[in-house]
Design a protein around this ligand. Structure first.
Ligand code: ATP
Length: 273
C-alpha cells in the first residue's frame, strides 16, 4: 500500500528565515550548508566532513523544517524517508528501499537525505516493542549502516535524521562516521514562541490588535507545530465569522481549541519555563 517510501524534492523553497528561533541549531547546521554549496572546497584539503547529524527533540519543534531549510539554503535536493513507514513492511522491502534511496541520492549529489523518526528503524537490536516484523527492521537498519559506511564524504551526500528518543537508538548508529553528532532542538521558550508566531503571522491579514508577545505568553508548552496550528485555526475562525482581518479574539478561540485538542490526546503541557 505504501508505494513510495521516500520523497524527493528538487527545489526546496524553505530557508533559515522560515525557521524561527533555534539559533544554536542553525549555527551548527550552517557548516553543512557551506559544505553542500561547495563540497570540493572542503575535501580538497583532506578534511573529513561528518556524514550525518542527528536532530534530537520533542515532536513538532521544527526538526523537519530545519533539515529542509539546510537543503533550501544550499540549493540542493532533499530526500525524505520516514522511519515509521518501514514498520509494516514485507521482508526485504525496507532494505531494498534504503539501497534505492542512497543510489538516487548519490546520483543527485550534493544533496540531503533526511530520515524522520529514525528510532522506528534504529532501535537497539533485540529490543522489540514495535509493531511489525523485528527481523525486517533489523534488515533495514543493517542496510542503512552498510550504505552509510559505503560512501565517503566526497560523495556529497549528508544524512540528517530526527528522533525524540535518542536513548533507544542502536549504538551502531551513533558510532564515528555515522550519526556522530547530535544537535538538540528544544521546545521554544517564550521568546522562541514569539518569534515562531512572528513567522506564521506574516501569512495572515491581521487586525492591529494582534500581538505576538501576548500570544507567546498564552501558549506555554506549545511547540512550533502547535503554534502553526493556532495561527491557521485563527484564520479559519475569522473567515467563518466573515471578518476582513484576523483579530485577537479569533486567536484566543484558536488557542482554546488547540489546547482542547492537546488535552484530548492526553499530552502533558509543561509548565512555563
Ligand atoms: P516531528 O518530530 O513531529 O516530525 P518536527 O520536529 O519535525 O516534528 P516539523 O515537522 O518541522 O517538526 O514542524 C511542523 C510545523 O511546525 C512546521 O512545518 C512549521 O510550520 C511549524 N514549526 C515548527 N517549528 C518551527 C519553527 N522553529 N519556526 C517556524 N515554524 C515552526
Amino acid at each position: 500500500s505504501k508505494a513510495q517510501l521516500f520523497d524527493a524534492e528538487n527545489k526546496v523553497k524553505i530557508t533559515f528565515k522560515d525557521v524561527a528561533g533555534l539559533d544554536e541549531a542553525k549555527e551548527e547546521v550552517q557548516e553543512v550548508v557551506e559544505f553542500l554549496k561547495k563540497p570540493s572546497k572542503f575535501t580538497k584539503l583532506g578534511g573529513k566532513i561528518p556524514k550525518g547529524a542527528l536532530l534530537v527533540g520533542p515532536p513538532g519543534t521544527g526538526k523537519t523544517l530545519l533539515a529542509k531549510a539546510v537543503a533550501g539554503e544550499a540549493g540542493v535536493p532533499f530526500f525524505t524517508l520516514s522511519g515509521s513507514d518501514f514498520v509494516e513492511m514485507f521482508v526485504g522491502v525496507g532494505a531494498a528501499r534504503v539501497r534505492d534511496l542512497f543510489k538516487q541520492a548519490k546520483d543527485k549529489a550534493p544533496c540531503i537525505i533526511f530520515i524522520d523518526e529514525i528510532d522506528a528503524i534504529g532501535r537497539m537490536r533485540g529490543k522489540g516493542q514495535m509493531p511489525g516484523s523485528n527481523d525486517e527492521r533489523e534488515n533495514t537498519l543493517n542496510s542503512l549502516l552498510v550504505e552509510m559506511d559505503g560512501f565517503g564524504t566526497d560523495s556529497g551526500v549528508i544524512i540528517l535524521a530526527a528522533t525524540n528518543r535518542p536513548d533507544v537508538l542502536d549504538s551502531a548508529l551513533l558510532r564515528p562516521g555515522r550519526f556522530d553528532r547530535q544537535i538538540s532542538i528544544d521546545k521554544p521558550d517564550i521568546l522562541g514562541r514569539e518569534a515562531i508566531f512572528g513567522v506564521h503571522l506574516n501569512n495572515l491579514k491581521l487586525s492591529p490588535d494582534v500581538d505576538a508577545k501576548k500570544l507567546a505568553a498564552q501558549t506555554p508548552g506549545f511547540a512550533g507545530a502547535e503554534i502553526a496550528n493556532v495561527t491557521n485555526e485563527a484564520a479559519l475562525i475569522a473567515a467563518r465569522r466573515d471578518k476582513e482581518h484576523v483579530d485577537m479574539q479569533d486567536f484566543q478561540d484558536a488557542i482554546d481549541r488547540v489546547i482542547g485538542g492537546l488535552e484530548k490526546k492526553n499530552k502533558i503541557i509543561s509548565p512555563e519555563e
